[in-house]
Design a protein around this ligand. Structure first.
Ligand code: MOS
Length: 729
C-alpha cells in the first residue's frame, strides 16, 4: 500500500479498539518469566557453551602478541576466538569500529578474544588467563581540548551538517535582547535492563541468532556483510527484548562472537556482554558542547537564532545532531545551525534515547529560559510568541503536517498549576528546601519508515499477525493486535501477534520513535488487503462490506471470518510504503514539560517533587502504553539533568564508571509524581494510522525543565550537565 496522499476516513477512525487503553497482551508472560530473552533460550540450544569476551586494556595501538596457552589449558575451555583464527571478516555500515579487534585496536574494551567453555564460570576464569602484549599509541580523548586546539570539520548524519538562512550576524548585532551561552552534556550510557546477548547455532552453513536487537532486517544484512555469507543463510530471532534505548539498533560483539564461537567449536554458543564491559565495549551517546545565540525584540520575538554543536567520535563516525530541533522549533528569519566533529579514540558514539534532540533540548530550552528572563516574559508566553506553523528554514510552502505546541503549552501549564510559580528565583522556601518551578518545550522529529506484515485467518476465525517488528518493552505486541482487531472487526484476544523473526516480513523496526506508527501502518496495509480478500470470498463488493463481530456483513447478510478462511486458512502480506509527504510537510511531535524541584539549602541536594507534561503526537494508539513510554522518557530526561554521566579518563581513554553502581540512573524514589496529558490530534499526513511517534518525545526537553526549575529555586544557572551538588555549592 502506497501512502502518498493524506489519509481519508478509514477503519482506524472507528476508535473501537485503537485509541482505547489496553493492557499489554505480553504482560503476563513478562512478569511470570515466560518471555525469555536471548540468553535464556535453553529451549532452542540446551547444549550451548558459554563465551566470555576479553576486551582491550588499551584504547589505541596494536596487539604485539597473544598468548592463549594457559587459557586453553584451563578447566572446561572448548575454544578461543581471536582475529588470528576468525578468518577474514568484513564490517557492517553501522559499526564504526570492528566488533572483533586485532591486531589494530580502536578503543578500550574492544573485543579481542572470546573464550568458550562448558560453564560461564569456567569461561570467565579462563578469560583472565589470556595474555596480550600491547604496543600502545597516543590517542585523543578530550572533547574540550579538541574543540580548543584540534580540527573539527563539519559533519552530518542523515541531514546537512550546517544550515543557514538570512543574515544571522546582522540580525543578532541589531537585536534588542541577546543571549549567547555555551552548554555541555557528558557522554551517556544506554543502561537498558537486558545486556547485549546472543545465543548462536549453526546448522551446516545456516546460522541462527537468538539475539537482543531492535532492527532485525538491518542486522541480518550487517551480519551477512561481516561474515561474508548470504543473507538467506542467516536467521535472527528476537521476540522479547529487555530495553533497547538505541544500544541494540546495530550488531554488537555478542552476536558476531557467538556466531564465530559456535562455528569454531561446532556447538551452540551464548555470549552476553557483561554489564561492566557494556559502556566501553559497545556504544554510547557522545558528549556535546553547544553554543546558542538568540537575538530577540523586547517582546521576545526571535529574529536571530544560532545553534552550534561540537561532539567527537572514532574515525569514520558521526556527530551528535543536537541542533536538529533548532531547525524547526521556533520562528526567526535569520538562522544558523552547525555540527562539528572531532576525532576521538574513545569507544564509538552512536544513537541513544532520542539522539540529537535529547541533548539539544537540554541546551536550547535553557537558553529560552534565559531569554524569557532577559525579556521579563513568562517562559510559556515566550514560547507561544515564537511558535511557527511552517518549517522556518524552508518557509510557508512547507507547513507542519500537524503541530500543537501552543495547545500543549497552555494545557500543560494549566494542569501543572504554572501560575503559582514565583518568577523571581530563590524566593520560595518549604522548610529546609528551596522550591522552584521550571518548564520547557518538547520536540522530537517524526520519521516514517516502510514496514511489512502478513496476516492469517484460520478456520476458527483466529487472526495471526507476523512481522519482524520488535517489542523492546514499548508495547508493540498490543498495538499491533489492536490495529488488526480494529480493521478486521474482531476482538483483541482473537489476534495472535508474532514478532521479531527475520522469517517474517521486514518491518520498520524499533528506533527513532518511528516504530509504532510505521509498523502499525504496515499491519493496517495487510489487514486492508485481508478485508479485500474476505469480501471477495464472501461475494460482497468491498465498498458494501462491513467488518464487525468477527463477521463480514452486507445489508442484513453476514458470514463468519473463519468460514470464509476455510480449513486451509487465508494469508495475505502487504507493506506500507511512504511516499513524499514527509518532504512536503515538516513532521514532528510536540509537547510541554513542567517540573517542580526542591533544593536542600545546606547540602544542595536536588529532589524532583513533581513533573508534568502535555504532548501532541497524532493519534495515541494505546493511551496506556503511550503513557508508560512518556513517563519512562521523562525519567530519562530527569536522569540527564541530574545524574547521568560517563566520566572520561582523558589520560587512558576510557569511561571510568562503567557499571550500574557508578553510572547513576533515576529510580522510582527520585521522581515521586508524573502527570501525562495527551492533546487530541490526528495527523492524516503521517500515516493511515494518523499517529506519530511518541516513544522519545518525552525525553526531549524534560531535563531542561528540571534545570530551569533548579534555577528558579536557587538563582544558580548551571549550563554544564549533569547538575550535581558540587556545581551548586
Ligand atoms: Mo533509538 S536511540 O533510535 O533506539
Amino acid at each position: 500500500m502506497k501512502f502518498d496522499t493524506p489519509a481519508g476516513p478509514n477503519p482506524i477512525d472507528r476508535g473501537r479498539v485503537v485509541g482505547i487503553p489496553h493492557d499489554r497482551i505480553d504482560g503476563a508472560a513478562k512478569v511470570t518469566g515466560t518471555a525469555p530473552y536471548a540468553y535464556e533460550r535453553h529451549d532452542v540450544a540446551p547444549n550451548a557453551a558459554y563465551g566470555w569476551i576479553v576486551g582491550s586494556a588499551i584504547a589505541k595501538g596494536q596487539i604485539r602478541s597473544m598468548d592463549l596457552r594457559t587459557a586453553e589449558a584451563a578447566p572446561g575451555v572448548l575454544g578461543i576466538v581471536t582475529h588470528a583464527n576468525a578468518g577474514a571478516l568484513g564490517k557492517g555500515q553501522f559499526n564504526t569500529a570492528h566488533l572483533l579487534g586485532g591486531p589494530a585496536i580502536q578503543h578500550y574494551e574492544q573485543a579481542l578474544a572470546l573464550v568458550i567453555a562448558d560453564t560461564l564460570e569456567n569461561a570467565r576464569d579462563a578469560a583472565k588467563l589470556v595474555r596480550i602484549d600491547y604496543a600502545p599509541e597516543q590517542g585523543r580523548f578530550d572533547l574540550k581540548a579538541e574543540r580548543l586546539h584540534g580540527t573539527m570539520p563539519p559533519a552530518s548524519f542523515g541531514s546537512p551538517a550546517d544550515t543557514r538562512v538570512g543574515d544571522f550576524d546582522g540580525a543578532f548585532a541589531r537585536a534588542a535582547v541577546k543571549i549567547d551561552q555555551s552548554y555541555s552534556t557528558p557522554d551517556h550510557s544506554h543502561a537498558m535492563m537486558e545486556p547485549h546477548a546472543t545465543t548462536a547455532a549453526w546448522n551446516g552453513d545456516k546460522l541462527t541468532l537468538w539475539t537482543a536487537n531492535q532492527m532485525i532486517a538491518w542486522s541480518v544484512g550487517e551480519m551477512a556483510k561481516t561474515l561474508g555469507i548470504p543473507k538467506e543463510n542467516i536467521r535472527l530471532v528476537a521476540p522479547y527484548i529487555g530495553g533497547g534505548f538505541g544500544a541494540k539498533l546495530f550488531l554488537r560483539a555478542d552476536a558476531l562472537l557467538a556466531a564465530l564461537g559456535a562455528k569454531q567449536i561446532g556447538r551452540p554458543v551464548k555470549v552476553a556482554i557483561a554489564r561492566p564491559q557494556i559502556p566501553n565495549n559497545t556504544t554510547h551517546r557522545p558528549a556535546t558542547i553547544q553554543r546558542i545565540r538568540l537575538g530577540a525584540g523586547k517582546d521576545g520575538v526571535i529574529d536571530a537564532i544560532a545553534h552550534e554543536v561540537w561532539s567527537g567520535d572514532l574515525p569514520g563516525g558521526g556527530p551528535e545532531t543536537a541542533a536538529q530541533q533548532t531547525r524547526l522549533l521556533y520562528r526567526g528569519a535569520n538562522r544558523i545551525t552547525a555540527h562539528r566533529l572531532a576525532v576521538l579514540d574513545l569507544p564509538e558514539g552512536n544513537a541513544m534515547r532520542a539522539p540529537g534532540e535529547a541533548v539539544g533540548m537540554l541546551a536550547l530550552e535553557v537558553a529560552m529560559d534565559e531569554l524569557a528572563e532577559a525579556c521579563g516574559l513568562d517562559p510559556v508566553e515566550l514560547r507561544i510568541r515564537n511558535d511557527v506553523q511552517f518549517d522556518p528554514e524552508a518557509g510557508p510552502q512547507r507547513p507542519f503536517s500537524s503541530r500543537k505546541l501552543v495547545e500543549c503549552l497552555r494545557a500543560g501549564a494549566q494542569q501543572f498549576g504554572w501560575t503559582k510559580r514565583n518568577p523571581k528565583p530563590g524566593q520560595v522556601r518549604d522548610g529546609r528546601w528551596l522550591v522552584g518551578m521550571g518548564m520547557a518545550a518538547a520536540f522530537r522529529n517524526n520519521i516514517t519508515t516502510d514496514s511489512g506484515a502478513r496476516i492469517g485467518i484460520d478456520g476458527q476465525g483466529r487472526v495471526t499477525v507476523e512481522t519482524d517488528m520488535t517489542d523492546i518493552g514499548t508495547g508493540t505486541y498490543t498495538i499491533m493486535a489492536q490495529t488488526a482487531a480494529e480493521v478486521l472487526g474482531v476482538e483483541v484476544d482473537a489476534v495472535t501477534v508474532r514478532l521479531g523473526d527475520s522469517r517474517f516480513p521486514a518491518s520498520a523496526g524499533s528506533g527513532g520513535q518511528w516504530g509504532a506508527n510505521s509498523s502499525t501502518a504496515g499491519v493496517y496495509a495487510a489487514a486492508m488487503a485481508m478485508r479485500a480478500k474476505l469480501a471477495d470470498k464472501a461475494g460482497y463488493p468491498i465498498d458494501d462490506a462491513r467488518f464487525e463481530d468477527g463477521l463480514v456483513k452486507m445489508g442484513n447478510q453476514s458470514q463468519p471470518l473463519g468460514a470464509l478462511a476455510g480449513r486451509d486458512g487465508l494469508w495475505v502480506e502487504d507493506r506500507i510504503e511512504f511516499g513524499d509527504l514527509a518532504k512536503r510537510y515538516a513532521q514532528a511531535t510536540f509537547g510541554a514539560h513542567f517540573c517542580e524541584v526542591g533544593v536542600d539549602i545546606d547540602t544542595a541536594e536536588v529532589r524532583i517533587r513533581r513533573m508534568g507534561g502535555a504532548f501532541a503526537a497524532g493519534r495515541i494508539l494505546n493511551p496506556k502504553s503511550a503513557r508508560n513510554q512518556v513517563i519512562g522518557a521523562m525519567t530519562m530526561g530527569a536522569g540527564a539533568a541530574l545524574m547521568e554521566a560517563l566520566d572520561v579518563d582523558t589520560r587512558f581513554g576510557f569511561f571510568v564508571n562503567h557499571d550500574m553502581a557508578e553510572y547513576l540512573v533515576p529510580v522510582h524514589a527520585d521522581i515521586p509524581e508524573q502527570d501525562v496529558l495527551f492533546i487530541e490530534e490526528l495527523d492524516d499526513k503521517s500515516s493511515p494510522m494518523k499517529a506519530k511517534g511518541v516513544g522519545e518525545l518525552g525525553i526531549c526537553g524534560a531535563g531542561a525543565a528540571v534545570a530551569n526549575a533548579v534555577y528558579n529555586a536557587t538563582g544558580i544557572r548551571l549550563r554544564d550537565y549533569p547538575l550535581t551538588i558540587d556545581k551548586l555549592l
